[in-house]
Design a protein around this ligand. Sequence first.
Ligand code: PHE
Length: 342
Amino acid sequence: MIEKTNNLKAVFEEKLKTAKVLADIEQLRIEFLGKKGPVQELMQDLRNVPNDKKREMGQAINTFKQFIEKSIEEKQEELQKLEWQNKIDNTPSYDESLTLNKDEGSYHPITIIQREVESIFASMGFTIENYSEIVDDYHCFEALNIPPHHPARDMQDTYYLSTGQLLKTHTSAAQNYIMKKYGAPLRAIFPGRCFRNESIDACHENTFFQMEGIMIDENISISNLIYFMKTMLSEVFGRPVEVRLRPGFFPFVEPGFELDIKCLICGGDGCPSCKDSGWLELCPCGMIHPKVLEYGGIDTEKYTGFAFGLGLTRLAMMKYGIKDIRTLNSGNLKALSQFVNA
Ligand code: PHE
């Protein structure tokens, strides 16, 4: 049996040497470790080995199996590196003197909708701000009245970096920074990419876009919020849209709401995009919690404000009738380039 193992080892090593691409390795793995492979066969042979030798033989087979697994893994790594290097070497270098054919290329639907919403809010006097995708715990949570261990943190499966920083889970992470930058009165929107460790399906992605908006001034109330949201949504869709407000809890607003819009894909009848409810949750919002204003250095005796976190990804899906959120990050040009003149 030992001899058989040694022979097999020699055959394996020979074949491993000749493997040139990753597919060869995979084949080798199946050949040697698969159900009908020699390692399994050896295991079966073990039954006929006398009891006093079983242990020794078993160990020998195991060592052999581990040797194959390790060699395959190492070779895989080596070939992977080679394949990458090959790809890099064979990529034609970038020619910056080439002129752009104007008929080629298109904007991503999210970009189109983002610019549209930006221009609507800009016409209502809102400043547009950019903010980093990597933020710290203070801005993403603490300054938003979400202390450590607060249950609201569970709503957001956060991607933490080894530096202790994190990928922003919502655009609200910029609220504190913007309040401090401009002070009150203030009207600002800040679009951005957000990240949450969600399981992905037709309506959830781990990477999605939001557009946050805040308005802070004297005597701002919920009716201001409703007015701005209705105006904006009707402009985006080019017709009056049906909306509804439901109570919603977010530690950084009081009171908080969920603004839903009637599903434009099914017209309210129910479809996978709206989970058969006829409504799509589009925009959580509310009156900014006084503590959050305070953290932002705003005088709460004088000012109140509203905030909303518009789901830009959802909005694009509704506007263009995109049924599956995964299309947006798919890089599928056939699907995405349709929006060139949208
Ligand atoms: N940041 C919240 C979220 O993404 C949404 C929100 C923004 C709620 C502004 C209220 C006010 O879940």
